[in-house]
Design a protein around this ligand. Structure first.
Ligand SMILES: Cc1cc2nc3c(=O)[nH]c(=O)nc-3n(C[C@H](O)[C@H](O)[C@H](O)COP(=O)(O)OP(=O)(O)OC[C@H]3O[C@@H](n4cnc5c(N)ncnc54)[C@H](O)[C@@H]3O)c2cc1C
Length: 392
């Protein structure tokens, strides 16, 4: 078993860290309060090619696999304090670029990737609906066959990047068999006739600098060449996007936790109460030990899950489920510990409380913790039963 990063992976992290120096924003605090996404910082990321990292070089990408993408997003999470900006990039890469690269035909890639590349286009991935959150089988948005294409009608909610996006990957119902094959995925321009996107982003607790909004599809006609994969392959496409989100997108939280740990160490070494530094109080030192353990265990699970996605025969989804569960739990608990260790200072508006707020949504998006635990137990129970039957 090899745990060390390769020289190429170290070089990738160093390149990303250098790029990150141009993504610092002295007005982050004000933008966070105002729920404001920064288009200039997005353009800076796009100019550096970060928005196409997994794409082949001919499209301006670096052909990164899942593990390398996780390492890149981990580095950005650590170096760029605007976690909402990194989340916007990671959601675009895992849920828009990845499906285009994996399920898009050659002609779809030739049509979409060059414009995304040259014009710095930002994508949004729309599946959730008011009545279809954890349970996507309740989806009502429908793509009705019409001529050489489909007419899409319905409303999607809580869509990251929607108010500022340039293109959308949307999932809609194309069947009524009651199976996983009832959905299809489409790629479309945000300016397509009948697409209405809420202009003002939702005001939310965390990740406030990512713009989130709702999207109405009012009889939007799309040509069948805009469908990704075959009709009915939306379920597997969604599953693949989720595996990438749960493994690669969540790596950004490894970076934020590392930054947070550094801030906590600096505080407990410098702050003195009762005549000695806080770190010399065993109960506080143990909190730091717990934070480090959560961070290290989540990192191992995350990188293992990303590594397994790069295998010729990717492992089934439980590696990414476990990674996402561990990472979201670690991010939230470490965020709470960091606030506590900083005392009143941690409660004041600033980097420490902001990272706690940024961590809180992580147990809801890309699959709520309870729903993922249900899925994990279902898989483990199947394993147990097979083993009990003697591997038959
Ligand atoms: C920051 C953020 C970004 C998002 N970005 C996007 C996006 O880009 N695109 C998109 O399509 N959607 C997006 N979403 C929506 C997200 O996918 C949904 O919030 C998620 O699927 C949960 O749905 P819900 O919010 O309706 O909660 P519900 O499904 O109503 O669940 C509420 C709670 O109940 C739990 N629960 C649900 N069912 C069960 C069960 N069977 N057993 C036990 N517990 C259960 C859930 O875990 C959750 O804690 C985003 C959400 C957030 C918070």
């Amino acid at each position: 078993m090899q745990f060390a990063l390769t020289p190429a992976q170290h070089a990738l992290q160093a390149r990303i860290a250098t790029l990150a120096s141009s993504l610092q924003d002295p007005l982050l605090h004000e933008r966070d309060r105002a729920c404001e996404f920064s288009r200039p910082l997005w353009q800076a990321m796009a100019s550096a090619g970060l928005h196409l990292l997994p794409a082949p070089a001919e499209y301006g990408g670096q052909a990164l696999g899942a593990l390398d993408l996780a390492l890149a997003l981990e580095t950005l999470g650590e170096q760029v304090p605007d976690t909402g900006l990194v989340f916007a990039l990671a959601a675009h890469l895992c849920a828009c670029i990845h499906p285009l690269l994996t399920f898009g035909s050659e002609s779809q890639q030739k049509e979409w990737l060059p414009q995304i590349g040259k014009q710095g286009w930002l994508g949004a991935h729309a599946i959730t609906e008011a009545q279809a959150g954890s349970d996507i089988s309740a989806m009502r948005t429908r793509a009705q066959r019409e001529g050489q294409g489909y007419r899409i009608s319905g409303r999607k909610c809580y869509i990251s990047n929607a108010p500022v996006c340039d293109f959308l990957i949307v999932h809609a119902r194309t069947g009524e068999s009651g199976s996983f094959l009832d959905y299809s995925s489409f790629v479309l321009d945000r300016h397509s006739s009948g697409v209405h996107i809420s202009a003002t982003p939702h005001e939310k607790l965390g990740l406030r600098t990512t713009a989130m909004g709702d999207v109405e599809f009012d009889g939007v006609w799309v040509h069948e060449s805009q469908r990704l994969g075959k009709e009915g392959s939306g379920g597997p496409i969604f599953q693949a996007s989720m595996a990438w989100e749960r493994s690669c997108l969540f790596a950004m939280y490894l970076g934020t936790m590392k930054r947070q740990l550094r801030a906590c160490w600096s505080h407990v070494e410098e702050r003195e109460q009762f005549g000695r530094p806080l770190i010399e109080q065993q109960s506080l030192a143990h909190r730091l030990a717990d934070m480090q353990l959560r961070y290290e265990s989540a990192r191992l699970l995350c990188l293992r899950a990303a590594w397994s996605l790069d295998l010729p025969q990717p492992a089934r989804g439980d590696a990414s489920l476990a990674a996402k569960l561990a990472l979201s739990e670690a991010a939230v608990l470490n965020g709470l510990d960091a606030v506590h260790l900083h005392g009143a200072l941690g409660m004041l508006s600033g980097a420490i409380e902001r990272e706690l707020r940024n961590a809180l949504p992580s147990s809801v998006f890309s699959g709520g913790s309870e729903v993922l635990k249900n899925q994990l137990v279902q898989q483990l129970r199947g394993d147990y039963k097979r083993e009990a039957r003697g591997g038959r």
